[in-house]
Design a protein around this ligand. Structure first.
Ligand SMILES: NC(=O)c1ccc[n+]([C@@H]2O[C@H](COP(=O)([O-])OP(=O)(O)OC[C@H]3O[C@@H](n4cnc5c(N)ncnc54)[C@H](O)[C@@H]3O)[C@@H](O)[C@H]2O)c1
Ligand SMILES: N[C@@H](CCC=O)C(=O)O
Length: 543
């Protein structure tokens, strides 16, 4: 077809409320019952074929009810990884020759399926497998993934239209090629939207992908793969391998055709991947693009002029929604003594104590459990260590119980030493440390908070005084890639607050924006001369 197509204008998917009596609540309940009754075979999908990986079996359970097994998956072996890489390479020529509009239509269809008949499936799988409440699943597995799929198409179309200038007699063009080779997408447990976006964003631009989800997110990942297939994704474009990823990395990171890594997860794993690429650098045909969004130690800093009630709301939601397992979660706060003593302390403590955590299929709960036994152990050890420290006092929570599910009580510590590890280490759970300071020390506290932790992901400042807002925005310019004024540090919306952080928090390529998509393109510049010169002699050569 000869036309320059305009893609649909994207809009953010409206968030459904799941209020009592709403139709979405009834549909979700039915689907939750069906999903709980499945004991799914959580296979790999390679070249369009589903088959179980060859390594050891892993039970995928409900974190809030860990005796309930949702499905069985297996670790991918080296041979499985070789099959996935081979399939990605085989599918590449046909996929990159498909028009952008056809590729885009597949992902736009996936967005519409997810907005409609697939919504309850992906929300339900995310609730059960990752212990999210219906609201937390809705803003992630439904709305954010739909937004990623729609906005990526819009931004990609704009990038493809980007062309160089041409002087008279010449036509210069960009051929926006995909990368040469395959992209290795590795995704975290905590967001089904991120899991869906990391393989699909490079695929939209004509790349083929080996995708390794977290095994604790495998239930929702399995359904995401089925969604892409129903939308028309051809075999081999996204090849999903399962398990811990160790064998997959052995194979993928030493393959000459590794063209890029699209990672979200911990800083430690990202550094390992980068180091391995560095060690293997002479093996590759091209320099692999490395995109990684990683950990955080996200701050909330209040000025004495801050609104105390809204501040406490932001702390409770920012620190404890989804059990503090958002990379953006508030895990350290700095509050002036005047506000703390005038009610912030008591309000924060009582609202935190009132939060109800339990089985997420009980819609009255505020939260569920932490993801697995490993996270539970890490949090319980951290709580014991902090409780035994002279510098910290528990003001709410502080206990754990894994008899039914991996439950960690939301906990607030008041700590006198702002250099304590509770202000620098990412625990990735419902643990908030508060440093209470004399109002007169405000500026020095902000300066210390700016760089005490190695991360720079999200941060929020609270003040009514405009001068204080302006000063903190400047002073903290490099301390957060997503900076909030009088808001909580979580809940970025695709297209509105492009997400990502720098320093140890990642490469800040802003998922769901053109900045990210540009990393999956390798432009060829074409110069065409209409009437080439017939004489090699230049004027200055004349006598
Ligand atoms: N900055 C962001 O946008 C963002 C978003 C979500 C999560 N996170 C971060 O992710 C972390 C929590 O997620 P997680 O516990 O799933 O992280 P993780 O690093 O433990 O795991 C991430 C993924 O890497 C895989 N993995 C681990 N070792 C591997 C290897 N050698 N080869 C291949 N794959 C390997 C895991 O199986 C998983 O799929 C936190 O640090 C959080 O801050 C960051
Ligand atoms: N984008 C999400 C965080 C993703 C990380 O876990 C937020 O802004 O809360």
């Amino acid at each position: 077809m000869d036309a320059v197509f305009v893609v649909p204008d994207p809009h953010n998917e409206p968030v459904l409320t799941y209020a009592p009596g709403s139709p979405e609540r009834a549909t979700l309940r039915t689907r939750l019952d069906q999903l709980q009754a499945e004991r799914a075979d959580l296979t790999m999908t390679i070249d369009g074929q589903q088959r179980m990986a060859g390594g050891e079996a892993i039970e995928v359970v409900q974190p809030h009810k860990h005796r309930h097994v949702l499905g069985i998956t297996h670790n991918a072996t080296n041979a499985d990884a070789v099959s996935a890489v081979t399939a990605a390479k085989k599918a590449a020529p046909l996929w990159r020759e498909m028009s952008f509009e056809d590729r885009a239509a597949i992902f736009l269809k996936a967005a519409d399926l997810l907005a409609g008949p697939w919504r309850a499936t992906l929300n339900g799988a995310t609730m059960l497998g990752q212990s999210k409440t219906c609201y937390q699943a809705e803003i992630d597995a439904a709305c954010e993934l739909i937004d990623f799929l729609r906005f990526n198409v819009f931004f990609a179309r704009k990038l493809l239209a980007e062309q160089p200038f041409s002087s008279t007699g010449v036509w210069n063009r960009f051929d926006h090629r995909p990368l040469e080779g395959f992209v290795y997408a590795i995704t975290p447990f905590n967001f089904s939207a991120i899991a869906g976006n990391l393989p699909s964003a490079p695929a939209l631009l004509g790349n083929t992908v080996v995708w390794k989800p977290a095994h604790t997110q495998q239930f929702a990942a399995h359904h995401t793969m089925r969604l892409f297939e129903e939308a028309g994704l051809p075999p081999g474009v996204i090849n999903m391998v399962t398990g811990d990823g160790i064998a997959v990395s052995d194979v993928a990171l030493s393959d000459p055709d590794l063209a890029g890594i699209h990672f979200t997860g911990s800083t430690k794993v990202f550094q390992l991947l980068w180091r391995t690429v560095g060690e293997n650098i002479a093996k590759y045909r091209s320099y692999p693009r490395i995109v990684g969004e990683t950990g955080g130690k996200d701050f909330v800093i209040a000025h004495p002029s801050a609104d105390p009630v809204a501040l406490v709301t932001a702390l409770v939601r920012g620190a404890f929604e989804y059990q503090g397992q958002k990379c953006s979660a508030a895990s350290r706060a700095y509050v002036p003594r005047s506000l703390w003593d005038a009610g912030v302390r008591d309000d924060l403590a009582s609202r935190t104590e009132s939060l109800k955590y339990g089985d997420v299929t009980d819609f009255t709960n505020f939260g569920g459990a932490v993801i697995d036994a490993r996270a539970f152990k890490r949090h319980s050890e951290a709580l014991e260590m902090i409780k035994s420290s002279q510098a910290c006092t528990v003001i709410a929570g502080g206990t754990c119980d894994d008899s039914e599910g991996y439950f960690v009580q939301p906990t607030v510590f008041e700590c006198t030493d702002p250099a304590h590890e509770v202000f620098t280490t990412e625990y990735f759970g419902p643990i908030l440390a508060v440093h209470v300071f004399d109002d007169a020390s405000f500026e020095s506290v902000v300066k210390q908070a700016e760089s005490v932790a190695p991360y720079a992901l999200t941060g929020a400042v609270w003040a009514q005084d405009r001068k204080a807002i302006e000063w903190m925005s400047r002073e903290l310019r490099f301390a957060a890639g997503n900076f909030y004024i009088n808001d909580k540090p979580t809940g970025a919306v695709v297209g509105q607050q492009p997400f990502g952080g720098a320093r140890a928090s990642g490469t800040n390529d802003k998922a769901g924006s053109w900045q990210n998509l540009i990393r999956w393109m390798s432009p060829r510049t074409i110069k065409e001369t209409f009437v080439p010169p017939a004489d090699h002699v230049y004027p200055h050569m004349g006598s």
